[in-house]
Write a protein that binds this ligand. Structure first.
Ligand SMILES: NC(=O)c1ccc[n+]([C@@H]2O[C@H](COP(=O)([O-])OP(=O)(O)OC[C@H]3O[C@@H](n4cnc5c(N)ncnc54)[C@H](OP(=O)(O)O)[C@@H]3O)[C@@H](O)[C@H]2O)c1
Length: 275
């Protein structure tokens, strides 16, 4: 079995790539946009660039494609160009694992089940780039393909397999080490997922026969404030240095309040558990 990991140098992608690369693992190849010194064998590829994408894909001819690409403000072109290239080149028997986000539930009235409707944000909304690109991508995939998994997750945390922490925890630790307070919103509710559990379930999905939409993560739904206070204490800091952030916001910057996920479906289908 040949598996291609797009975004193998990223926070989640590096763990997925590392797991697949084990000596007893499958035949895997991975891509990065920039040179990634940790995995020098990765192919440097701009997924939006049709010719280099086409050369790479034809050469690798994968049985499974894992989408772990993320582009910040460029997320829209990753969907309208990069994902379109992938969809155009997929054979019917090639499985696409598309990693999506809880933010496709931009109405923020969770917890949400897999079958609940997803929605875009208005065109003038500050958070539209990522959310709307992910909504568009999910719709493309559901319309065009049958052999796919859309795996949605909330904020991912913890140390990945190459020792990199998520940016939020890194910032928390930096503040607390220097004796500074840091604040998080108590009205934003999420399903937080550990990067190791997330990477393991992605690898499991790449090698099983499941298709469809799944939510990854534990049963627990927490606010950023509660979750980060717990993270501070777990790392040996005084949780009192974690404060509640103000909740006032303008309509065009309003963050979806509760995008937490029901995760019963995946729990009954995969071996991986979520801490
Ligand atoms: N992190 C989270 O909390 C979270 C939560 C839910 C869902 N997700 C989803 O999980 C996936 C991975 O997220 P992440 O946090 O691991 O992302 P990340 O650390 O930002 O990594 C993004 C990856 O995409 C690559 N990339 C960016 N633009 C590209 C392009 N034009 N062509 C080819 N590759 C490109 C990057 O390459 P370089 O390293 O060379 O720049 C990197 O390998 C994303 O699809 C994201 O939406 C993440």
């Amino acid at each position: 079995m040949k598996i291609c990991v797009f975004g193998a140098s990223g926070y989640v992608g590096a763990s997925v790539y590392q797991l697949l690369k084990k000596p007893d693992g499958v035949d895997v190849s991975g891509t990065t946009l920039e040179d990634a010194p940790l995995f020098e064998e990765l192919d440097i590829l701009d997924i939006n660039e049709p010719e280099s994408f086409s050369d790479y894909f034809k050469r690798e001819n994968p049985d499974v494609v894992i989408w772990l690409v993320q582009g910040g403000p460029e997320e829209h072109s990753l969907t309208t160009q990069g994902l379109m290239h992938v969809i155009t080149f997929l054979r019917p028997e090639t499985k696409l694992i598309y990693i999506s986000t809880d933010l496709v539930f931009s109405g923020g009235k969770g917890p949400y089940k897999e079958e609940d409707p997803i929605s875009s944000l208005p065109d003038d909304h500050a958070l539209r780039h990522y959310t709307n690109a992910k909504v568009k991508a999910e719709r493309y995939i559901e319309n065009e393909l049958t052999n796919y998994v859309i795996l949605r997750a909330g904020p991912t945390y913890g140390e990945n397999l190459i020792g990199k922490l998520d940016e939020r925890t890194d910032k928390l630790a930096y503040h607390l080490r220097t004796g500074k307070e840091i604040s998080y919103r108590d009205d934003l509710i999420r399903t937080f997922v550990h990067v190791e559990d997330f990477a393991n379930v992605i690898v499991e999905m790449a090698q099983n026969d499941l298709t469809g939409v799944f939510h990854a993560g534990p049963d627990v739904q927490q606010s950023f404030y509660t979750f980060m206070q717990g993270m501070a204490e777990q790392q040996g800091f005084d949780g009192n240095f974690v404060q509640k952030a103000p909740e006032e916001e303008e309509p065009d910057t309003e963050v979806p309040k509760n995008t937490s996920l029901f995760t019963d479906k995946i729990k009954n289908k995969v071996n991986q558990t979520f801490r």
